[in-house]
Structure formats: C-alpha cells, structure tokens
Design a protein around this ligand. Sequence first.
Ligand SMILES: [Zn+2]
Length: 263
Amino acid sequence: MTDTFTFHRGSIPLLISVPHDGRKLPDDVAPAMTKAGRDIPDTDWHVSRLYEFAHGLGASTISAQLSRYVVDLNRPADDTNLYEGQIATGLCPRQTFDGRDIYSDDIAIDVTARVEQFWRPYHARITDTLAEFRQSHGYALLWDAHSIASRVPRLFDGDLPILNIGTWGGRSCDAGIAGDVIEIAENSPFETVVNARFQGGYITRHYGRPADNIQVIQLELAQRAYMDEATRNYDAAKASKLRVTLERMLMAFVGAAKRHIAR
Ligand SMILES: [Zn+2]
C-alpha cells in the first residue's frame, strides 16, 4: 500500500490537519464502487494546496491521501453519530452527501481492516505530533482544515457562509484564543459563523483539551471562496484573497496561544 497520508514537519507548535482532500481509492475498493462513488464528489477539494502557504509560517501539515469514502478520518473509530438528529455520513460511508449509492451492491465492508490500515496511522501521527509540541513548547495547536460545497440541501439549508469556525461549542479551544481568531474572521470580507452547523467533527472533539494546553479549531470553508464548484477547478485569484484571511487567522491562533501560555 502506498502512503496513506503526507506529513510535513514545521518549526512552530501548530499542526494543520487535512483529512478529506485525499483522492485515492485502493485497488480492492474502487471496483466495487458506483460511478458516483468513484467520482468522489464529497472531497474537500484543494484544501491541501490552499494551505501550502502555512509551511512558510512554520506550521506542520498532515494530509490524507485516501478518499474519505474509504474511511472517514473525522469520525470516531467506533462510528458513533456525531450529529444527533441530523443526517450524517459515517466512518465508511455508503452514500454520498446527496444520497447516491457509493457501492454498486450491498457489499460487506471490512471496517476493522480499514480502520487499522488507514485510520489509525493518521491519528497516531496527530497524537505523536501534538505530544512533541507540548513537550518542546508547553502547548499544542491543531487546525482541522475542511471545505464543502456551498449548497448541500440534504445537510444544510441555503448557501453555507464562507467561514464556519468550530470549537465544539467552546470545548475544544480556550475562549480567549478562539476569540482572537474569530475577530480576524469577522473583520474579513467573508461571512463568518461560529459553532453553527459545523461545530467540529471527531478530530476537533477528540484532540481539543484546552485545560491541558491543546487547543483545536476546525475551519469549514464554503468551496465557492477558492474554486469553481461546477468544474472543481482551483481559482488562484479567489484563493489568494482568501489566503490573506487564512494567514491572519492562523497567525492570530499562534499569537494568542503564546500569550495565553505566557500568563
Ligand atoms: Zn471535510
């Protein structure tokens, strides 16, 4: 099996996780899929590319190489539903966001094998990296980076705002630190909501432990902010405008965390 994720080691205690921009389908999975499944429409398109600038800030990055349809890294390994009362896709989804079948037949999925092969290595690397950060700097920052189509009627009403900040209702990040990041977003040209439809998935909820100086923020972006959703093409002009705000948000995250730990 090829690498299931790519990892870049930076110099500051910030890790950016990109769990859903992977496009690969293992050879033993793709043939069982429908055309709609192999088209992987629910990919967080180009999010790794969008955040490449963060290497220049000294951030570390981890990006999944496999599609979320193989195993969703932002779901718990026991597949409990994160979004009570709402339609949500699971650990090894069988339907696309818009309700189409991912597999042609009702095939058996070896969930345990997928978790062991693909899910655990990604999470082991996050766990180790955050532990290293805490050891060397006294704190660790994790930014879980996502994007989604602007309209997914089955999941939410209307057009999604551009910047959807999630701190699991305030539990995954110190309020003062999150506040600095939110302030940048709210003063940016982009419509911002906080802890609305996207409060943070498994990664945000599992790793966020502000009392132990592990601060986690999820940012769900509406894809119209940096790409053409119809063609799936990256829009470099739009992306460079968005990048200004992303960079300010990341710098506010780091700056606020440093001040917080110094107190
Ligand atoms: Zn995502």
